[in-house]
Design a protein around this ligand. Structure first.
Ligand code: 7TS
Length: 412
């Protein structure tokens, strides 16, 4: 995250992690697209396979041993998410399909019933579409207004403007912990304190934060925190919403169906308590097990090793990228996590991506579902190289040398 001095130990710390990931059986693969989706270590794949092979059944319903084991594994994974986020209790963790569904849950179940004309939702200019569109939908239905806190030319939030936009009409604040387009790390604790000083609840979109830095929702004091399993070295189709119990308790369910009720008759249905009232239907049981395994994997490595490795890679990459003639970094935030966005003079980002792909270098080119960020920097798209704990200095070297060759190629 911060650019620590590069020492010999940190330069090699964690490099062995590459062997934990079966995808790198292809030794030439340079995978720099973890912000879109991270690769899975063998322990995650093995845990899901073992669960499906030996302990799989539908949960919460059966009295037989397989179903009891499956229920224990699913609820055990909830406990792992609680521990990972340092939440107070398992019941504050709702499994969702991912960050997007978790934001939509809060938008529908928390915001929509509470908002009306004249009310405001405050977001920032840094948001992924998943943290913009659900609020626009709520605003369209309730007559509330969306307000947007600006960012500066480095891609950092203007905290004074953010504070100034927090007014007597603000009913909810929602912002990214880490920007997926720029890598900016927001001062979540400070922003949350500003909102709380005005009695406004806060949702933090942690999709890009959880793979890179330790999160303690009680320390941050946010009301809601969302993330996706597939950016955390886990599977797709699973993610989580953390919410303070007082909110979850007061929120109505947003989807009806099996497993979210205590009793149903045609006259009256009584809902189960949270989190089950928000988990209608058969959930992604195996996905939850995989997410739990990913959390175990990261916990075993430990944050000091993960952050030291990533800080080393960032400190190694940034000056080399910045030194490439004609390359402009989009976003030079005070605190960065996990990724670099850039444009090349005279070469379209999609051509950059295609050129790199020919070298087995996987990056993403596009607007990264953050079109307002692109518009803010006056570019239609960027190329984004994002890091995971399997990346090495050799990956950075491969990227830098390919970009230099590309410049010569297009100049010729
Ligand atoms: N919030 C942020 C900050 C994100 O980066 C993403 C996905 C989401 C929410 C949505 O997550 P999902 O798992 O529900 O889709 N970001 C990206 C990306 O940057 N490239 O592909 C997906």
């Amino acid at each position: 995250m911060k650019h620590a001095a590069v020492s010999k130990e940190t330069a090699t710390a964690g490099c062995t992690r590459r062997d934990d990931f079966p995808v790198f059986a292809d030794p030439g693969l340079v995978y720099l697209d973890s912000a879109a989706s991270a690769q899975k270590p063998a322990v995650v794949l093995d845990a899901m396979r073992a669960f499906d092979a030996t302990s799989y059944a539908n949960i919460h319903r059966g009295v037989y041993a397989l179903s009891e084991r499956a229920t224990a594994a699913y609820e055990g994974a909830r406990g792992k998410v609680r521990g990972f986020l340092h939440a107070d209790a398992d019941r504050e963790i709702v499994f969702t399909r991912g960050a997007t569904e978790a934001v939509n849950l809060v938008a529908n179940s928390f915001a929509r019933p509470r908002l009306g004309p004249g009310d405001e939702i405050l977001i920032t200019h840094l948001e992924h579409h998943a943290n913009i569109v659900p609020w626009q939908m709520v605003c369209a239905e309730t007559g509330a207004q969306l307000r947007v806190a600006p960012i500066n030319d480095r891609g950092d939030l203007d905290l004074d403007e953010f504070a100034a936009l927090l007014g007597t009409h603000t009913r909810l604040v929602a912002f990214a912990h880490v920007s997926n387009a720029l890598g900016t790390v927001n001062p979540v604790r400070e922003m949350t304190a500003l909102a709380h000083a005005r009695g406004v609840p806060v949702l933090v979109d942690g999709a890009q934060a959880v793979p890179h830095l330790p999160v303690d929702v009680q320390d941050l004091d946010c009301d809601f925190y969302v993330f996706s399993g597939h950016k955390l070295y886990g599977p797709t189709g699973i993610g989580a919403l953390y919410a303070k119990w007082e909110h979850l308790e007061s929120m109505p369910p947003w989807q009806g169906g099996g497993d979210m009720i205590l009793s149903v008759s045609f006259d009256k249905t009584i809902y189960a308590e949270a989190p089950r009232k928000f988990e209608a239907g058969t959930p992604n049981i195996t996905g939850a097990v995989g997410l739990g395994a990913a959390i175990d994997y990261l916990t075993a490595i430990g944050w000091p090793a993960i952050t030291a490795h990533e800080e080393d890679l960032e400190a190694y990459a940034e000056p080399q990228l910045a030194a490439i003639e004609g390359l402009r970094l989009i976003g030079t935030p005070a605190v960065r996590a996990g990724l670099f966005s850039f444009v090349m003079d005279g070469i379209h980002p999609h051509d950059v991506g295609t050129f790199l792909a020919a070298d087995n270098i996987a990056v993403r080119s596009g607007h990264h579902c953050a079109q307002p960020v692109m518009e803010r920097f006056g570019v239609p798209a960027t190329t984004r190289a994002s890091l995971g704990l399997y990346n090495t200095r050799a990956d950075v070297d491969a990227l830098v040398s390919a970009l230099k060759r590309m410049k010569e190629f297009f100049a010729a």
